[in-house]
Design a protein around this ligand. Sequence first.
Ligand SMILES: [Zn+2]
Length: 343
Amino acid sequence: MKLLEELCRTVGISGFEGDVARIMQREFRKSCDFVELDKFGNIIARKGKGKMKIMLAAHLDEVGLMVKYISKDGFVSFVKIGGIDDRSLLGQRVVVKSRKGDVPGIIGSKPPHLQKEEERKQVIKHEDLFIDIGASDEKDAKKRIEIGDPITFESNFNGFGNDLYYGKAIDNRLGCYILARVMEKIPADINATVYAVGTAQEEVGLKGARVSAFKINPDYAFAIDTTIAGGTPGIKETESNLKVGNGPAITITEASGRGVVTHPELRKLLIETAKKNKIPYQIDVLEGGMTDGAIVYITREGIPTGVVSIPCRYIHSPSGVFSMKDVEDAIKLLTMTLTGFRV
Ligand SMILES: [Zn+2]
């Protein structure tokens, strides 16, 4: 739990995953035979001496923003890194990760008092928003930050008291946490070589998974990520019937078939392992969105791949909600699946 909170509170937007990678490196060193940080920013660990190679991928990065322009008055314009709903940005507290340290900021906007009737009806776009870092002018702002600095939502992590928690960057620090725990739990004499990869730049095109899968060339792979839970007002059962707390999700396909199509043998193995060990699970057929699995499975000549994910509410927003029980069950499911790997 302490590790999960540390991971969620750490900042690492796509391309700036260094701090998250270092935490994973520290954890892998305790449990794995070999750990390396590759040229791309992926952290790769290895455990076991078996002939069969199995790759586990969990992306390190989170969605965020980046400084694009600083105005004469010292206000900051930004671009989005990854998929963020513009409507979730308004009024948020953010942190600019500058070379000089963390600079707090507020995403400002025009107060309702000054908005005209038509303005109030319009959805505000991110290009019309700005960040206030309390600078007196451009020169003052540039003493603290520079163009190209990454920005994230302010750190937060807390419990609701009934296995439900919320936090920043749960997509995909939950996956990172699960990956670290699974590597700890699988036996050293496992009949395979398991490669754990904390992948870089997933949110901007599944890039780290692409290069690391090519390098490792595994026989099988699993991606570990988060997925979209329903069960909240405004989401129809037909859109998502996954519920937070009902177990980890086993993906059949993502993005209506454009993402991973889980290999039938791995799908069978995951479901049978869950049933045999009485681990609750849910089946995910995802209409939009994909994971590292989508790129790993079309690497080289094709790599049979499965995806295990944690259903979350308010994904890609400043705070997502998840069940710790689902996380523990995902660790169990993956550990059992790898230990008894047979296809
Ligand atoms: Zn993700």
